[in-house]
Structures are given as structure tokens and as C-alpha cells.
Design a protein around this ligand. Structure first.
Ligand code: AMP
Length: 485
């Protein structure tokens, strides 16, 4: 092959860490969807998109950036007429964010149009994509979601729902999907139920969305969670539930409770805020430290710090103040910017910290960048002792199911033990909640080592599916140029 020209697409397929929303039978489907996506903004801040259908045509608007910055004018919203719509918030840190990778993705099939929005990550996408390319399929993006489109297009089944089932049976990994066709709104959760998806209703209009906070914003009623392995089909005749997959043990992502979901959401019938407080209480029982003050690392550490403080009877105080006008640290793509971002985001409240022995509570340590900066800042502010407690076990493995984590080698806990981490971060002591403590806080029972009740692969390395694309037998690079040669 000739010398490598710059690739038009990122080397690694972007991982999806996203929020999805769908509504059927509402005259202002686009507005309702935009509000829902706004409530789900924490699940993805890089890009957003909406597709609507008005009985004759599909309409779409997709853009890089926040929902509120892109779906905020009459001109944009007037371009999205219709009674049915789906939307997507995208959050990825890998490579460039390209408009071609923004969802929902839309395709015209022999049977009509279909748009899909996906939360999760497929673990055999590259393997399936290879087969599809060999059969002549032409890919337009690097998103694993596009594979679903091609599998639906090439399925030999006749109805759209059977084609979707046929497509999904060939896939491994995590997917909570909403799809829109001329006649139907379809919602699917993978058989393990890794990512959330809930069913709600706004008046007579059914809604499918990632979290209940997206129902609250529009005053919609929460009906129930879509079950793992369930397909919900909504059309003019009503709502139908199908369970076409072989039953399997559920493995909901425990990190949704630790960090990712919004604290006011009900996830799998549990209030995320209460769960986080319970994790903090477990942490205090397991790892008490004699200090003057419990300080959360805002915002993600706040509920668990409250639980910690309540449990051990030590005052809770805001020793660190967060600037809300910066996005989440991880969104910045380079290390330099990430370091800079941490300083932009947090400031020590020196008047509270000076001379005090403090325990900082945060939800997780990933690369350790945040913790190191914060500890340095708190010491500079005059704290007498700085301890740290983390409301999850050490993150020592990458996630392949839709939470964007760095490569294993970049995870601090994969490189050193807790004592070395404490030295590196510069704290007087460091401790993490145990896996059993986390499970007890979430579900009331400890972890079953033979059959873990949740997906906790980031903490334990116990992945609930084969990692077909990541087991080393496939080349690392997914390039449209290479594939087509
Ligand atoms: P780090 O600085 O790499 O150790 O990142 C830890 C911080 O990032 C914690 O304060 C977490 O709240 C936050 N965090 C953890 N996981 C993620 C994620 N997947 N995306 C964005 N932020 C995260």
C-alpha cells in the first residue's frame, strides 16, 4: 500500500456513552424530545440529534454541542414537525467528534425509513462489521450502531420488528435502543440489561428514555423500566411487549449508581441519590477515619459524602466549590487540557479547610488526575490532614459497555496497590468501598462471586459477554479505507 494518508475517521471507533429519548403520538414531539434530552445532558455533552416523523416525511437536526445550544430557536424546531420523535445525546472522548458520528442515524430501507439512537457499546461490532463489508455493505460512519442498520437492511425477515430481532440476535454487548419507523416507536434493552431504559407516558403519548429525570422535566408519568431482553413496540394500536431472547442473568451496570445516572432518577426502581448515600454509609462503616470534617468532591461525591458524614457523625462541609460553567473533566481530549480543566472546575474553600483534618469523598479514581490536583489544593488551603475515601472499588479495568474509560494501563488502580496510590495522590490515608459494601448499598445483599448481580467489570474484570473485538484476534484499527481494500 502507498504511504499512509491522513485517515478521514478516528482510529478507534468512538465509544458511546449516551442518553436516548423517544415519544409517540404527541403533537410537539420535537419539543418534548429536546426537553427530555436536556434532562439527560449529563449522559452526553458532545453532540445531540433529533429525528421526527410527521406521517409523510422524516426530519432531522443533528449538531455538535449541548441540547440547549442547538435546539433553542423557532427556526430549528419548526424544521422538526411531527407526532413522533427520537433523540440522542452523545458523549465520547475518543478521536474527533464528527457530525457523521452523531445520532440518531437514519436509513431508507426497502420497507421504509428507520432512525436509531443507541446507548451502550457492542463488543462484537468490528467482527460483524467485517462480515458485512465482505458482503458489500458500505459504511458511512465509525459508529457500532450503524451495524444494526445494516443487519436490519440485510435481514431476510419481512416485518421490521422481526428484522430488528434478527439483527440484535447477532450482537454482543450493551444496547438500550430507541428506533423510529413510519409506523412505530421501538425500544429495546439488551438481554443483560446493562444500560437503563424506562417507559413513561405524557397524557396519551408513550415515552421511552434512559432515565426518569427525562420524564420529570416534561411532567410525564413513570410507568416502569423496560426489562432486560424486552422489546417494546408502540404504534397506533397501542403498546406490545416482546421477549425474543433466551433468558439470561441480568447484569445492570453498577457504575450507573456510583457515578453516571442523575441522582434524582429512579434506576431499576431505586433512587440513585439514596443509593449513593447508602454507599457513603457503607464506606464510613468499612473505613472510618478520625477527622474534623467530611468534604465532598463536588458534584459526584456529594451524596456519598453526606451518607459518610451521617453514618460517622462528623460535620459535612463544602470545603471545595465547583464552578458549574465547565463541563465534566473527561470531555477535554488531551492530558494538558485535562489538567487545566481540573483547576478550572474546583476551588478550595480555604476559610473552611484551614487547620482542619479532612476526609475527602469522591465517587471514583480513574487516572488519578482529579484526586492529585484536589489534594494539593486542599493542602495549600491549610488542611492539617487530608484523607480520601472513594465510594466505589478501585477502577482497574476498562469498560466495553458504554462508559468511556481510558485504556487499562492508564487506570491508576491497574498500575499500583492502594498504599502506592495514596502516596501518589499525596493523601494521609486512602480507602475504597469494598465490592460487597457497594452491592449491599445498592441491593441489600453482598456480591455473589459466582454470579455477580451487576456488571462490575470495571472493578473486578468480570465481563458479562465475550470481548470479541478486544481479545487481540482482530486488528486494533477500524478504518473504512483499510476495510475497503
Ligand atoms: P480521574 O481524574 O481520571 O481520576 O477521574 C476521576 C473523576 O472523574 C472522578 O471525580 C469522577 O467523578 C469522574 N469520572 C469517573 N468516571 C468518569 C467517566 N466515565 N466520565 C467522566 N467522568 C468520570
Amino acid at each position: 500500500m502507498a504511504a499512509a494518508a491522513p485517515l478521514p475517521f478516528p482510529l478507534r471507533p468512538p465509544h458511546e456513552e449516551c442518553g436516548v429519548f423517544g415519544v409517540f403520538g404527541h403533537p410537539d414531539a420535537a419539543q418534548v424530545t429536546a426537553l427530555g434530552l436536556h434532562a439527560l445532558q449529563h449522559r452526553g455533552q458532545e453532540a445531540a440529534g433529533i429525528v421526527t416523523y410527521d406521517g409523510h416525511h422524516f426530519f432531522t437536526h443533528r449538531a455538535l454541542g449541548l441540547v440547549g445550544d442547538n435546539f433553542n430557536t423557532r427556526a430549528v424546531m419548526d424544521q422538526l414537525p411531527g407526532h413522533a420523535g427520537i433523540g440522542h445525546n452523545r458523549y465520547s472522548t475518543t478521536g474527533e467528534t464528527l457530525l457523521r458520528n452523531v445520532q440518531p442515524i437514519f436509513a431508507d430501507f426497502a420497507f421504509g425509513g428507520m432512525a436509531i439512537a443507541h446507548n451502550g457499546n457492542l463488543t462484537n461490532a468490528r467482527a460483524v462489521r467485517r462480515q458485512l463489508v465482505a458482503r458489500g455493505c458500505l459504511f458511512q460512519s465509525t459508529m457500532d450502531t450503524e451495524i444494526i442498520i445494516h443487519l436490519v437492511a440485510t435481514s431476510l425477515y419481512s416485518t421490521v420488528v422481526d428484522r430488528v430481532i434478527d439483527a440484535l440476535r447477532q450482537l454482543e454487548g450493551a444496547y438500550s435502543l430507541v428506533a423510529l419507523t413510519q409506523k412505530k416507536l421501538i425500544g429495546v434493552r439488551d438481554p443483560l440489561g446493562v444500560r437503563p431504559l424506562v417507559l413513561g407516558r405524557m397524557g396519551g403519548a408513550p415515552i421511552l428514555c434512559s432515565e426518569t429525570c427525562a420524564l420529570d422535566i416534561i411532567g410525564a408519568e413513570y410507568i416502569r423500566d423496560v426489562e432486560p431482553g424486552e422489546i417494546i413496540v408502540i404504534d397506533e394500536t397501542g403498546l406490545r411487549s416482546i421477549k425474543p431472547f433466551a433468558p439470561t442473568r441480568q447484569r445492570f451496570c453498577v457504575f450507573e449508581y456510583v457515578y453516571f445516572a442523575r441522582p434524582d432518577s429512579m434506576v431499576e426502581r431505586r433512587n440513585v441519590y439514596e443509593v449513593r448515600k447508602r454507599i457513603g454509609a457503607e464506606l464510613a462503616r468499612e473505613n472510618h477515619v478520625d477527622v474534623d470534617m467530611v468534604v465532598p468532591v463536588p458534584d459526584s461525591g456529594v451524596p456519598s459524602a453526606l451518607g459518610y458524614a451521617e453514618e460517622c457523625g462528623i460535620p459535612f462541609d463544602l470545603g471545595i466549590i465547583r464552578n458549574h460553567y465547565v463541563g465534566r473533566t473527561f470531555i477535554e481530549p488531551t492530558d494538558n487540557i485535562r489538567h487545566f480543566g481540573v483547576r478550572l472546575k474546583h476551588n478550595a474553600n480555604a476559610a473552611q479547610l484551614s487547620g482542619k483534618r479532612v476526609v475527602l469523598v469522591d465517587d471514583s479514581i480513574v487516572r488519578g488526575t482529579t484526586s492529585m490536583k484536589i489534594v494539593e489544593m486542599v493542602r495549600l488551603a491549610g488542611a492539617a490532614e487530608v484523607h480520601m475515601r472513594i465510594s466505589s472499588p478501585p477502577t482497574s479495568n476498562s469498560c466495553f459497555y458504554g462508559i468511556d474509560t481510558p485504556k487499562k494501563a492508564e487506570l491508576m488502580a491497574s498500575q499500583m496497590d492502594v498504599a502506592a496510590m495514596a502516596r501518589h495522590i499525596g493523601v494521609d490515608s486512602l480507602a475504597f468501598v469494598s465490592a460487597d459494601g457497594l452491592y449491599r448499598a445498592v441491593s441489600g445483599v453482598p456480591r455473589d462471586p459466582d454470579h455477580p448481580q451487576f456488571c462490575d467489570a470495571c472493578f473486578t474484570g468480570n465481563y458479562p459477554t465475550p470481548l470479541t473485538d478486544y481479545d487481540g484476534s482482530l486488528p486494533e484499527q477500524l478504518s473504512l479505507l483499510t476495510e475497503s481494500h
